[in-house]
Design a protein around this ligand. Structure first.
Ligand SMILES: C[S@@+](CC[C@H](N)C(=O)[O-])C[C@H]1O[C@@H](n2cnc3c(N)ncnc32)[C@H](O)[C@@H]1O
Length: 221
């Protein structure tokens, strides 16, 4: 989730693009409201930006994805967007917070996709190591300092031509243009290094897009 709508883009462009977004289905809209207020949690809950959710649906649909893994479920927003890629899509989504996973389960049931989304409670690195591929698409959205480890565990489990998508890769604009407080933020440097790693990876064709809070897309092979 980006901090401000104009963190990456100029504000007029960000506002224009936001107005163009289609109305979300009721369960997604409700999740957006719950994330803003925190629902049963105090403070807000980090979920994907709507434009990133839209991209996830487009990507899963356009590559005819069948098996998808999401790292970091929160309340299920990304999982639902991925599942909307088509009736054939099966999602495995990993979350360390039991309360959030319970919320995700309830939303996904109401959206009618619970039978196609397997929720895994645990830490991302542990669960990813024991999951069996092949996966058509992986969406990375949990611990920013672990993104590189996620890619290294997942790469042998991705099908050729599969996609690895990572959220927050421009991190409030700090990755490219760090304010003084970024010096104390380990995610900024980790994501800057991750972007370089992904772009230079010999087995990937990658791009970092200024969408939402920055989204990287890497094609395997
Ligand atoms: C940005 S949110 C995920 C948003 C979700 N992908 C979406 O599209 O709405 C990141 C989530 O990762 C979870 N998380 C943090 N550390 C984790 C870990 N080590 N393993 C698994 N999940 C973790 C957090 O509890 C949080 O709910």
């Amino acid at each position: 989730m980006k901090d401000r709508s104009d963190a990456i883009l100029q504000s007029a462009q960000a506002a224009f693009l936001e107005r163009l977004l289609p109305e979300r289905e009721p369960v997604l809209a409700e999740m957006e409201r719950a994330a803003e207020t925190g629902g049963i949690e105090s403070g807000s809950i980090p979920i994907s930006d709507p434009e990133v959710g839209c991209l996830l649906t487009i990507l899963t649909r356009s590559i005819g994805a069948r098996r998808v893994v999401e790292v970091g479920t929160a309340i299920g927003y990304g999982a639902l967007c991925l599942a909307r890629g088509g009736e054939q899509v099966e999602v495995v989504s990993i979350e360390a917070d039991e309360g959030r996973l319970g919320s995700a389960r309830r939303y996904l049931e109401r959206a009618g996709v619970a039978d196609r989304v397997r929720l895994e409670l645990g830490t991302a690195l542990d669960v990813l190591r024991r999951l069996q591929g092949p996966f058509d698409l992986a969406y990375l959205d949990a611990v920013k300092t672990e993104y590189r480890d996620y890619v290294e565990i997942l790469l042998p489990k991705m099908r050729p031509g599969g996609l690895i998508v990572a959220d927050n890769t421009l991190w409030k604009g700090w990755v490219a243009d760090p304010p003084p407080e970024a010096a104390r933020d380990q995610n900024t440097e980790a994501l800057r290094e991750f972007d370089r790693y992904l772009m230079a990876h010999p087995l990937l064709t990658s791009l970092v897009l200024p969408l939402g809070d920055g989204v990287a897309i890497a094609c395997v092979g």
